[in-house]
Design a protein. Sequence first.
Length: 636
Amino acid sequence: MGEQNVEEVDHSKLRDFMRALIADCWAIERMLETGMMESGVRRIGAEQEMFLVDRNMRPAMLSTKVLGILNDPHFTTELAKFNLEANLSPRLFASGALRSMETDLVELVGKAKKSAAEFQSDVVLAGILPTLILSDLSLDNMTEVPRYRELNRMLSQMRGSKFYVLIKGLDELHVTHDNMMLEACNTSFQLHYQVSPAEFVDLYNLSQAITAPVLAAAVNSPILFGQRLWAETRLALFQHSVDERSELNKARSRPPRVSFGERWIENSVLEIFRQDIARYRVLLTHAIDEDPHVVLARGEIPKLSALRLHNGTVWRWNRPCYGILDGRPHLRVENRVLPSGPSIIDEVSNSAFFFGLMAALPDEYGPIHKILDFDHVKTNFLAAARHGLSGTLHWVGDTTYTARSLVLEHLLPLAREGLKKMGIENGERDRYIGTVEERARSGQTGSQWVLKSLTDMGNRGTPLMRSQAITRGMIHGQNAGLPVHQWGPPEMKELEDCYQHYQTVGQFMSTDLITVRPDDIVDYVASIMHWEHIRYVPVENEEGQLVGLISQRHLLPLLAQGSTLNRAQGVPVHMIMKKDPLTVNPETSTLEAIETMRQKRLGCLPVVENGRLVGVVTLFDLLAVSAKLLEEELRK
């Protein structure tokens, strides 16, 4: 859980905090030198993030209310009011550890579901919630916790501009947003693996090496705002959503705060802590309540709260963690790459794969950084995130595999042996490693299930209907306790509660727009209308701002005088377009849009959000909506 009691950063507090940060670094160096860190104990743990959804599968802003009913220290807030986080208690990596992890997850998620049901809502495990839209990510929906508000203020201030996201996959997503709430689109299942100081370098490097193949088998986040992007879109989105780099820092090739790293580490965990302090400015501060020099001199264990707070604002995909358990300080590797879901058994199986490889590969390969090139490991990470099991990965011995063949032929058998080495009994190994194996053989990861479901639904219903059907399918599979490779297609009832799908123009507006610029020639517009069988063409400037609208009616005077192409040759669009046309926004009610078009005798309403053209609604669209609603009434 992140430190919530933070202060607004000012120069005086910043100087005090930086002194404390340096002192904490000195203290951890002293603790490593004197052998104060716990050794010889292997514990594992996890953090479960989740979405809250209402009856319509849309995000429900209920986290504080649900937490009030839960009254359970395992749960805490996340960035958005539609997120929750549950923290599992650490356990020894030994016989029964994975079974108990699954049991605890079922209990915790069940408690969250029961509490959410008090508000006619539910919990869903998803890397990215399919029904999210950009307007859900306003500051009004940010959890009222000082940490989040201050993070947003500092990131925005340091960046000096809006947050811009460009992700290319099957589709492309271009989004500009004015706050860090894009990060709230992501939920993950984060793993913790306790290590001894002497083995930290080898095991941290190993966690980097195995991240790609484990991720490839676990991808579960293929869509964002209806666009089909990476197999694990979370990774690209997270980097963009908390990127505080100014254009100058980007030009200097300074790495982002969310990163995989640039090289193997060679000496100790201090390399990472020192590098992150040197490279990344302090985002959050809090009151310093201890001097680690004094604490160590008394023979006690320092909390190192400044170091831990700063470490929590640098989001390496494999992150070192300092903690204290039962009065003993220790080090952990936190793997942050895995998505939430598709189901609890899938999550525990992914954990078994990761933990099994961490236990097996030191004996199999020795120090991985001596036999595998870091650039290949980083390339693997990106390939797994983009392509999942079909990605191409480089491995030991300068060999190249598809992710699926590397997982099935080489790594799953090793993970099974690693679990055996740690005392995990045969039944546990078969249950969890077997689940990953069947998923890899079938090829149906969470991402593939979503993409296939979208393909099978085609153009039935609205985009919201399709995303709702997928979300319901997720909840159905999770409630049934089935791994994703056993999930069937989601059921789409196109007319079920039809009214909810057509309440606002944003739910059914056309977004695949053909637009022109004011200086384009009219005969170009006329040709487009003829070729594409459309009656209206929006006119926008280079910044994407709507400045006019061309309809067939605007071409009639030219048509009356002869051939459009002859009479309009060279005439610019701005000479005949309707300037500053009447517009609506995506949240405008359907009834209001119908009434506006009736009163103003309009055949088309451009839809504008944050000054940008995002869609159009035509009279034909509203007639289609009316037909759907009439069909619903007759069905009743």
